[in-house]
Design a binder for this molecule. Sequence first.
Ligand SMILES: Nc1ncnc2c1ncn2[C@@H]1O[C@H](COP(=O)(O)OP(=O)(O)OP(=O)(O)O)[C@@H](O)[C@H]1O
Length: 857
Amino acid sequence: MAKQETPLMKQYNGIKAKYPDALLLFRVGDFYETFGEDAIRASRILDIVLTKRNNGSEQKELAGFPHHSLDTYLPKLVRAGLRVAICDQLEDPKMTKTIVKRGVTELVTPGVALNDEVLSAKTNNFLMAIHTENELYGIALLDISTGEFLVSEGNLEHLKKLMQSFRPSEVIYQKRKKIDVSDIKSSFQIEDWAFQYDYALDKLTQHFKVKSLKGFGIENQLLGTIAAGAVFSYLDETHHFEIQHITQIQRLDANSFVWMDPFTIRNLELIHSPHLNATTLLHILDKTCTPMGGRLLNRWMVMVLKDLEKIKLRQTIVEFFLKNDEKRNFVRENLGKLSDLERMAAKISTGKITPRQLLLVGQSLEFIQEIKSKLNKDKKISFLIDALKDWEDVYRNLFQTLSAEPPHQLVKGNVIAEGVSEELDKLRNLQTKGKDYLEDLRIRETNRTGIPSIKVSFNNVFGYYIEIRNTHKDKIPEDWIRKQTLVNAERYITEELKEYETQILGAEEKILSLETQLFQNLLAEMLEHLDELQKSAQVIAQLDVLSSFAELAEQNHYIKPEINESSDLIIEDGRHPVIEKQLKIGDTYIANSVSLLPNEQQIIMITGPNMSGKSALLRQTALIVLMAQMGSFVPAKNAKIGLVDKIFTRVGASDNISSGESTFMVEMNETASILNNLSDKSLILLDEIGRGTSTYDGISIAWAISEFIHEHKFKPKTLFATHYHELNEMTKSFPRIKNFNVSVKEMQNTILFLRKLVPGGSEHSFGIHVAKLAGMPEKVLKRANEVLGTLENSHSNEKISDKTKKITEENMQLSFFQLDDPILETIREELLGIDINTLTPVEALMKLNEIKRKLGR
Ligand SMILES: Nc1ncnc2c1ncn2[C@@H]1O[C@H](COP(=O)(O)OP(=O)(O)OP(=O)(O)O)[C@@H](O)[C@H]1O
C-alpha cells in the first residue's frame, strides 16, 4: 500500500497549487526549501546541492539554503527571470503543537522588485501591462522602486517603441490575447477579470483618492486605464500593499516627443547597441552624479522634446552651469553625496528602509538645502530651485531622533539618539550600569572564593553564568548552581545573577520595542513628506542632468545650438559624438557641414567609396538634432536647428544581416511606412536603400523613393547615402536634390580617405581599393580591375548580360589561372557562374574573401 504524504508535504502541495507559475521558497525552520521541479531549477541557477528525499511513496528532489541568505539568493532567481513566492512560517513554532501555519508573504517578480540587489542604480525597472482591443493598445508602466507610473495608448508601433525605450523587465497581459512579447525576458498572462474598465476605475480612484481620472488626463484613455488597473491587480496578487509612493499617473503622450520608429532607436544606438561592448550615445552623454539623474537622462534620450520653450529652458540652465564653473562644481560635488531619494521614498512607503538609510536620507536633504542656498539668488534657474522644498526642519528632526551611527537592522539597537525618550534613556542606563554591576559581582565573587580567573559571560541557553577553570573546582561555594561542564571549565549560575538577568533582559526587550516604536513614528512623519520628497528628487534629477550637460559641453567642446521653428537644418562643422571619442590617439575627427533647406536643398545625395564615412555623417546629423532637442549642447562649430518632429532611418538590407531581419522585403516595408508618415518637420536618413536587390532594381527603387520625397508636399529633409553614382543624374530634373560626396584622394593605386563632404557627385565606388585595404591577393585585385575596366568601357546602353559575356570571352583568351590546378579550376567555375547583374558590392567582397580563403591566403 502506498504510504501517505507527510503533513508538511501536504501543506506544501496545497500552497504550491496556488502559485503554479512561481518558484516556491518554503520556509522550514531555519531554511528555505524548494521541492521537485523548483528544486531542480533552483539548484541550477543558485549552484546549490540537489538531493532526493522520500516523501511517502515517491522520491522528491530537494534543494534549500539558510533563511539568512535570502538576500543573496533571491536576486539571482529574479534576475534569471523567475517569479518567486516566499512562503514563511506565520506563527512561532514553539507556540504550536501541530504543524506550523505557513503562507506566502511576498511574490517577487522581475518587474515588481524593491530589492537593491535586483535593481540597477541608473536604470528603471518597469513592469508593463498591456491591454489590446481592435488593434489599439493601452499600456501602463510602473517602476515600483521609484513610484513612477506612466499610462499611454497607441498602435502596435507605439507599443513596440515603448517596449524598446523602456525595456520592461516583465510584461503582463490578458490570458486570451495574443501579443508578441518575444523581446521581453519575463512575461505573464493574467486572468481576464483583471482587465475590466469598471474594476480599473475603482482601483485607481480609490488608490489616488480622486473622484475621476480627469486630473491625470487619462479619462478618455479607456484601454490605458484598463492596463493601469491590471497593474494594481498584479500588485495585490504579488502582495504589494504598501504603495503610497505611487502618487500620480503620468500620461505618456506619443505626440509630445520626437517620433522615432523602433528601427531608428536601435540603429542610432542611443541607449543600447546590438553589438557587444559597443559605445552608445548614452555612454558619452552620461556624466550624471546621481542614480536619479542617470535614470532621467535615459528617459530624455528616448522621449526627446519638440516643444521649443521647454528646450530653451533646459538650454538656459546648461548655459548657466557652463558659465558658472564654481557653482557647477559645487552642485556636482554635493549631488555626488546624495542617496537615491526616489528609491528611498519607495522604501519609506513600503517600510523597507533601514535606520542607516533613513539617516542617509537626512544627510541628503541637508546637501539639497546647501544646493538650494547656493543657487537661490540666481534668477535664471530659480524656477527649478524654488521647487525644492525647505528641508531644514525635516533633516534636523531626523538628526535629533536617530543616533549618529544607526545600524542597518533595527534589532541591532542604538537606533534612536539620547534625549529622545526619557524611558529609553533610563533603560539604557540600566544596561550600561549593568556592565559595571557585572564587573562588581565578578570582583566580589573572586574575593569571596579566592578563585583568580572567574569569568562572567552570557549565552542564549543559560543566560548569564560564571565560568571557572576545573583546577579551582574545590573552591566552589555552596550557593553556586552548576549548569554545564566543559573540557577544562565549569559553568555556574547564582540567585543574584538570575535576578539581574530578568531585570536586564527585560530592559533589552523593552529597549527594542521602544526603539522600534520610535522608528516607526519617525517613518510615519516622513510619510507625510513623501510627495515633496519625490518632487525634490525629480528636481535634483533635472539639476543633475543639466549640470552634466554643461560638464559635457566643456569637456568635449560642444556649442549651444540655436533652435527655431523653421524647417531648416544647418550644421556647421558637425562631429559624430561617439566616433570622435573613440579615435586612436593622433587621429582627429574630420568635421563636416550639412545644410538641409527644404526650399533649396531638400535632399542631399551622398556618394563616396565604402568606408569613406557616409554612414557616420548620416548618423551624426540625427544625433546632433536629438541632442539639441534633449537640451544638450552639440558637437559642432555652429548649429541652427529647425525643430524636427520625426526622425526616420533606414539602412539597406545587407548592412543589417546581424539583426536577423535583413530581407529586402523588410527594408521595403519599413521604407514604405516612412513614406506614408511624413511631416514637414521630418528628418529622413536613408543609407544604401535598394542595395538588397540587383543593381538595376536597386537604382530604380532608390530613384523612385528620392523622387517621391522630392515631390512630397511636406518637402521632408533627407540625407541619402548611396553607392549608385547613377543617382547623381537626378539633379538634372529635380532642383532640390543636390549631389555631395565624401572625398577621397587617389594615390598610386591606393586611396586616402579625406572624410570631407564636398559638393558634387563621385565617379565610382572604389570597392576594389577597399578590397586591397582588406588584404586581398594581388592577382584577384588585378583581375577585378580588368573586369571593371571592361564593364566601364562597354557602351552604357549595352545590357549587363552582354557586358559579362564579353568578360567571359576575354577570359577564354587570357586565363590567368593554371587550369591544371583543381582548386583553381573550381574557382574558375565559380567565377564564371556568378551573375554580376545581381551582385551587391558587399556580396562581391564576400565572394572575393571566399576565393582568398580557398587560395589559402
Ligand atoms: N569624419 C570622420 N573623421 C574621422 N573618421 C571617420 C569620419 N567618418 C567616418 N570615420 C571612420 O570611418 C569608418 C567608416 O565610416 P562609415 O561606416 O561611415 O563609412 P561608409 O561610407 O558608410 O562605408 P560603407 O559604405 O562601407 O558602409 C568609421 O567607422 C569611422 O571610424
